[in-house]
Design a protein around this ligand. Structure first.
Ligand SMILES: [Zn+2]
Length: 292
């Protein structure tokens, strides 16, 4: 990741006809900014469709009906070798995913990059208060690895390696802070703690739901039920409000007990047993359980 100041401003210069991607339950409008040829634009639209449909497959429909994507063409720099150096979701006037894309890179490099999967995963959750941003960043960081593996862009070994490595970065980062304290310090001071402590909570919740239901229920299915009850939402949710709502969609709560255990606790959740759980490789990375 580079800082945003190194990147060009996303000036609004959408072409007269912005491409639209038909997704299950949604139409995604794509706007390009900067120097992008028609051939590049068509290839990028195909890549975005692939990444968006990774998220559609979780519940059967894309989480929000009218998402927009702003693709900002970004030259590669020697400081930054990522093909998608920056992405974010903005929500004023509907959900917009901004993706800074190095259009000089071969399209295969975009398919191998997790940024679009991460940003589209954010749309499964409503806007969450910044004090609980470790929850929203955590769910997206968990799903970026799950979705890239399900789509075949990572092998199961690679997905497991990346998830383990991310969680290890989180464990090593600012061990004196709890997740809530890390969120108060901000992304600049506690990035890995924020992203990966929330991913640990998502992983632990997913496995607990699957274990309790003998594989009949899952985080995918709970998020599908949340989508039905509560999305799209044009307001900001508290982190605990969101987790309590997920618990209300289960017979027995999973999320708030995990929150109470970890949110104000320094250190990092113990994920060793979770990473060794066969359900990760055999269920989570392979197929989703049927929603509802
Ligand atoms: Zn994010």
């Amino acid at each position: 990741m580079v800082t945003l100041s190194l990147l060009p401003d996303p000036v609004a210069s959408a072409t007269a006809e912005s491409p639209r991607i038909l997704l299950p339950g949604a139409v995604m409008e794509v706007r390009f900014t900067g120097d992008v040829s028609e051939r590049q634009a068509a290839a990028i639209v195909d890549w975005l469709r692939d990444a968006a449909n990774q998220v559609s497959a979780i519940s059967g429909t894309f989480p929000v009906p009218e998402p927009r994507v702003e693709v900002i063409a970004t030259p590669g720099t020697r400081w930054n070798r990522s093909p998608v150096p920056f992405g974010r979701v903005t929500r004023s006037g509907g959900e917009t995913v901004e993706l800074y894309v190095d259009v000089t890179r071969p399209i295969e490099d975009l398919y191998a990059d997790w940024t679009a999967s991460h940003e589209f995963s954010h749309l499964m959750l409503p806007r969450i208060h910044w004090r609980h941003r470790w929850i929203s960043e955590g769910f997206a960081s968990y799903y970026q690895n799950v979705l890239m593996t399900r789509a075949g862009h990572y092998s199961a070994n690679e997905g497991l390696r990346r998830l383990s490595a991310g969680l290890e970065r989180g464990r090593a980062s600012r061990p004196e802070l709890s997740p809530n304290a890390a969120a108060r310090q901000g992304i600049g001071r506690a990035r890995m703690k924020i992203y990966w402590s929330g991913a640990a909570l998502a992983l632990l919740a997913d496995l607990e739901i699957r274990e309790r239901s003998a594989g009949r229920d899952s985080l995918d299915a709970v998020l599908g039920r949340f989508q039905e009850c509560c999305l799209p939402s044009n307001r900001r949710w508290g982190g605990t409000e969101f987790l309590a709502r997920l618990d209300a969609l289960l017979d027995d709560p999973v999320f708030m007990p995990l929150y109470r255990q970890h949110a104000d606790e320094a250190g990092f959740p113990d994920v060793a047993a979770a990473l060794a759980n066969d359900r990760l490789r055999n269920e989570i990375f392979v197929v989703r359980t049927s929603p509802n």
